[in-house]
Ligand binder design. Structure first.
Ligand SMILES: Nc1ncnc2c1ncn2[C@@H]1O[C@H](COP(=O)(O)OP(=O)(O)OP(=O)(O)O)[C@@H](O)[C@H]1O
Length: 274
């Protein structure tokens, strides 16, 4: 069998607190293959965001105290900070909860997309620059003219689509999506997630999708991990986790879905796994 694309081994992350060290991620291991969709669910504070912020080397205050993160067999701990800047977007990109936090309010969208290319030394011939940006916007379902807009002129769903466009600009092999639709209306959530799924497939990128919503996970991912108090307490093909949940927290998450939805989602998980 080929090596996994991303291999997380015994990852442990601690935050220093006035009361001592707080273990937010406790001995977590999982791997994902190229193009795979992995979902990470768990209650608030269970360590999901901390896990992917560590992957991006964007932890605020936290330290990786144990374990390894391997991307294509390369130990990410050995990558110097300067190279990590290049790795972000180019190899791994993050779509976070609030598009507002990642978009610059005073720059037009086109300029912000162009900056990603420039920051990474990707220089397109001037005659192609506009069409490359417009093409990216259209791939995520936005009109090309959005490149002229400022973030505040766009709806929440449009802003999140812009973030998805930015996340795929440099064709990374992994997209980390931290509750990318949680701030949106239910209908918009579905459309934006469908867009993420479509571009991820076109690109052949793997995705780690973080969330609380089992229904949404059953629809989107093929493999599911459940975090509880910093530990990965359950992991497997989404169909198996739904059919035979082992941990009480997983059972609770599944039982909290309405019966009709439970059946529909189990069927959706079935289709995804087969
Ligand atoms: N900068 C920090 N300093 C101290 N503790 C932190 C810090 N960031 C997160 N934590 C703690 O680490 C734990 C894990 O937080 P994390 O944000 O990873 O959880 P989560 O599962 O992503 O939650 P949510 O679903 O609410 O986003 C929580 O107890 C949180 O309070």
């Amino acid at each position: 069998m080929s090596d996994p694309l991303l291999d997380i081994r015994n990852l442990t992350i601690e935050y220093p607190t006035p009361a001592g060290r707080f273990v937010a991620v406790d001995d977590v291991s999982f791997d994902i293959g190229a193009g795979e969709r992995f979902g990470l669910v768990g209650e608030s504070g269970s360590g999901k965001s901390t896990t992917i912020l560590a992957l991006m080397r964007m932890l605020r205050g936290g330290v990786v105290s144990k374990g390894q993160m391997l991307l294509n067999g390369r130990d990410l701990a050995q990558v110097p900070d300067a190279s990590y800047r290049r790795l972000r977007f180019a190899e791994m990109s993050l779509v976070s909860q609030g598009a507002m936090s990642s978009l610059n309010p005073v720059l037009r969208i086109g300029r912000q997309i162009n900056d990603i290319f420039e920051d990474h030394g990707v220089i397109h011939p001037p005659k192609d620059r506009v069409s490359i940006i417009e093409d990216l916007l259209q791939r995520v379902g936005l009109p090309a003219a959005v490149r002229h807009r400022f973030p505040h002129e766009l709806s929440g769903g449009m802003k999140q689509r812009v973030c998805i466009a930015m996340s795929i600009a440099l064709k990374p092999s992994v997209i980390l999506a931290d509750e990318p639709t949680s701030a949106l209306d239910v209908m918009v959530q579905k459309q934006v997630l469908a867009t993420l799924g479509r571009v991820q497939k076109e690109l052949g990128a793997a995705v780690i999708l973080i969330g609380h919503d089992m229904a949404l996970m059953a629809h989107f991912v093929s493999k599911l991990g459940v975090m509880y108090r910093g530990k990965l307490v359950e992991m497997g093909p989404v169909k198996e986790v739904f059919a035979n949940p082992q941990h009480d927290y997983t059972k609770m998450l599944i039982n909290s879905l309405p019966t009709f939805e439970r059946r529909t989602r189990a069927a959706a998980a079935d289709r995804r796994s087969s």
